[in-house]
Design a protein around this ligand. Sequence first.
Ligand SMILES: *Cc1c(COP(=O)(O)O)cnc(C)c1O
Length: 367
Amino acid sequence: MTRIKFFDYLLQYRDIEQDILEAVKMTLESGRLVLGQQVLSFEKRFTEFLGGAGHSIAVNSGTDALTIALMAVGVVVGDEVVTVSNTAVPTVAAIRMAGGIPVFCDVDKHTALMDLDKLSFCLSEKTKAIVPVHLYGNVVDVDKIYDIVGNRNIFIVEDCAQAHGAKMGNRMAGTFGDASAFSFYPTKNLGAYGDAGICFCLDSSLAAEMRKIRMYGLQDLYNSEREGINSRMDEIQAAILNVKLPYLPLYVDKRIKLANLYNELLNPNIQRIWVGRDVSHAYHLFVIRVGNRDEIMVNLANIGVETYVHYSKPVHLMSAYQFLGYSKGSLPVTEGLSKEVLSLPLYPELDESLVNFVCKKLNNMSS
Ligand SMILES: *Cc1c(COP(=O)(O)O)cnc(C)c1O
């Protein structure tokens, strides 16, 4: 039987194995395991990747990157932070770690992104920040959020965990807001071999705050200037990411190519997620919407095609977040999407013939 995995890092690893092993060996022999040359070099090169201006601060995970960015812009206990419930739970976990109270804006049915027509109703005197999530690698119009916010003192922190390489016009996702956060969890468009993440911002004093927060709030070796956490990226993960970063544009191109192939081969009656006119989608995930989603998922699994759902339980309906006071019906579009969305296998090394296979089967199932 054909077996099509949803994600398989080993295919990519085989291509770059020698360079990875050499980089890890060199790092282990360097005598420095945290915040050394590899991290510095990766930070510099990631900033280059985003266009060259600004500052990158390498941290331990995407969740930490968001937490640190929110702490740095000044979120404290009791501040409201507007985001979406149609996201990975770490978006919300990070807001809580920073002390914020998540306020959920419903999403647009077609793009699955924050519905900017509903955003102004989510703002209050207590709103300190907004976290737009560039879900699936699709891009939220952050400029429009600034227009909506007007001259209120609200910071925008982009969740770019799924959007490495996504663009609006020729600007990279992650460079629109006051700060942004990327994850290098192994499945992401740029994946480490363990946990890692990065904060990015254009403002140098904000970057200095993030650098302090990353390491106990230390200004120098002996004095914590503010309260911080420990979230350093280690040298080994940075060395691995340094090997992989040059391939990122190529990886994203391959994702786009495979997504285009899905779009070309799938029956037009199968609903897609809409992409804005100026948006270059980074296709972390290729998502379709189908009414009989659970049935299709089982049928695909039975012929060896692994699929996932992003996300089947909106965060506001999870047990852990009941205290926020939302319930079934609070966010109708988000809840509706959670019953329809289905993510198909997509990674740079996926063979086109397998995409062909998936499409043929899916077309039969949905006709
Ligand atoms: C993966 C992900 C994160 C968290 O990243 P980690 O590195 O796993 O902590 C945050 N937000 C979104 C949307 C994600 O997909």
